[in-house]
Write a protein that binds this ligand. Structure first.
Ligand code: HEM
Length: 155
């Protein structure tokens, strides 16, 4: 399970980001005949994204407890985890809100605006997760790091 986090993060990020962008889009299509279709697509991406995010959280927790790290990367991991928890709680609350309101005809603009805020959290969480791998080399095998040295032909 320790190598599965990078598999699930892409589903969380893609589904939740697509949903958020469609919700924001729906604000500009209130008088458009495609408005309801955009809202429906946003809604289903949100439901799927929030469901699969459970696997992202669990796999992240497993990796957190098993991956080799030092004090600096531990602090970065902890920081990424806090952002991930804040992001996940926000999207979960918004998903419940969207679920409760889905059948109603009232198209509030507060939900899309709140989802835009959640998207900002998601971007920060993803960025901090990427830094764990590309800056702190967490989860990267020592052998492949060594084999990247001493190769020089101009790039
Ligand atoms: C909204 C939930 C989360 C998102 C969107 C997310 C996103 C990411 C991303 C994009 C990466 C880089 C993956 C790569 O490029 O290979 C990453 C790595 C990592 N994340 Fe998360 N993460 C989430 C939750 C968590 C949680 C809750 C923890 C810990 C409890 C965690 C711990 C880690 C660790 C240790 C790594 C580095 C090792 C690895 O890539 O497997 N993540 N995360």
């Amino acid at each position: 399970m320790e190598h599965y986090h990078p598999v699930f993060v892409h589903f969380s990020i893609a589904l939740l980001a697509t949903s958020s962008i469609l919700y924001i889009f729906s604000l500009f299509s209130l008088k458009n005949s495609h408005h309801q279709q955009i809202r429906n697509a946003a809604y289903w991406n949100l439901l799927l994204g929030t469901a699969i995010n459970l696997a992202t959280l669990i796999s992240g927790w497993v990796t957190y407890n098993t991956v080799a790290h030092n004090d600096i990367s531990h602090a970065a991991m902890y920081n990424h985890m806090l952002w991930a928890i804040a992001t996940s709680i926000t999207y979960t609350v918004l998903t419940i809100w969207a679920y409760v309101n889905h059948k109603s005809d009232r198209q509030s603009w507060t939900l899309p605006l709140s989802i835009a805020f959640a998207l900002a959290l998601l971007i920060i969480t993803g960025h901090k997760g990427g830094e764990l791998v590309f800056k702190h080399a967490l989860g990267v095998s020592k052998d492949s790091l060594k084999s990247n040295h001493g190769h020089n032909h101009g790039h």
